[in-house]
Ligand binder design. Structure first.
Ligand code: SF4
Length: 290
């Protein structure tokens, strides 16, 4: 699949929990890919293994080292970009600055500290570190320290905000991107067709539990991608996102170099508010830049 995509001129990346990286796998990843994201949600075995149950911290760290070494040996173009993916939550956020040190020591290129954005179960709601009521000063200090260390080590660091920002549209950019599920469904983003069974998906937003339908506009086993993309239902879904993009045209916003999003101007934010998002996007933290 990677080869087909490369031959078509695409940049190709993958994300992995890293548990199956051996020296041979590392060499193949280094040879074929442009980006490899590896989930490393802690710098100590205790924290990491309490979050990634069943995975072994030392094994994953060895895999990252092998990948960085294979990249140095096999490529002279700086690729693949080796990103360590750190899903911030209450259990691990205090390890974020040390994560920066570890990434630099392992030879990774960047750390991406994302948020627990889709919450399917009330029990997980207490794990998020962002809040619509303002950011915790303690967490902000941790983030500041991580930024300082990344700068000192010249390591890439992207930290998603822990308080909502005025953004024009979500990072999924449904007006010019789409998501294909493992079984061929076309959906605007990963959050609208989760790999779960049933007719609807559970969602929790600010303590409120509800269910949303799967949003799928066709399946590649039955239709061509462009026919699905141009279908009336899909165009109607994209409408508000396209209007929002028009309103924000020329504005400097989106992911910033050191992470998070620049806010858009208040008047733009007021204007995008007149283009309500589809009902299925209700309660999506991505629409708030989280
Ligand atoms: S607002 Fe959220 S649910 Fe809607 S398209 Fe964007 S990321 Fe997906």
């Amino acid at each position: 699949m990677v080869r087909i995509a490369r031959e078509a001129g695409c940049s190709v990346g993958t994300t992995t929990n890293g548990t199956l990286i051996t020296e041979e796998v590392a060499r193949r990843l280094a040879e074929e890919l442009d980006v490899v994201g590896i989930s490393v949600d802690g710098v100590t075995a205790a924290i990491y293994e309490s979050i990634r149950q069943g995975a072994k911290f030392n094994q994953v760290i060895k895999g990252v080292r092998q990948l960085a070494a294979a990249k140095r040996e096999m490529r002279n173009d700086g690729y693949p970009l080796v990103s360590l993916l750190f899903l911030k939550n209450r259990r691990n956020i205090h390890e974020l600055p040390d994560m920066v040190d570890l990434a630099a020591e392992l030879g990774a290129d960047e750390v991406i500290a994302s948020n627990l954005t889709y919450i399917a179960n009330p029990a997980f709601d207490s794990f998020r570190v962002y809040s619509l009521n303002g950011a915790s000063p303690e967490y902000l200090a941790i983030i500041e320290e991580a930024r300082k260390r990344a700068k000192e080590r010249a390591l890439g660091l992207r930290i998603y905000p822990i308080e909502p920002k005025r953004v024009g549209f979500c990072e999924a950019r449904p007006f010019d991107a789409l998501h294909v599920t493992w079984d061929g469904f076309i959906t605007p983003c990963v959050y609208l067709t989760l790999p779960v069974k049933g007719e609807t998906m559970a969602k929790v937003h600010e303590g409120e539990s509800f269910r949303i339908p799967f949003t799928r506009f066709g399946n590649l086993k039955e239709s061509e991608m462009l026919d699905i993309w141009n279908s009336e239902a899909y165009r109607m879904f994209r409408g508000p996102f396209e209007e929002r993009r028009e309103i924000c045209k020329g504005a400097h916003f989106g992911m910033t170099d050191d992470g998070g999003f620049d806010e858009i101007l208040l008047e733009m934010f007021t204007a995008v508010g007149r283009c309500p998002l589809p009902d299925v996007c209700y309660g999506c933290y991505k629409a708030l830049g989280i």
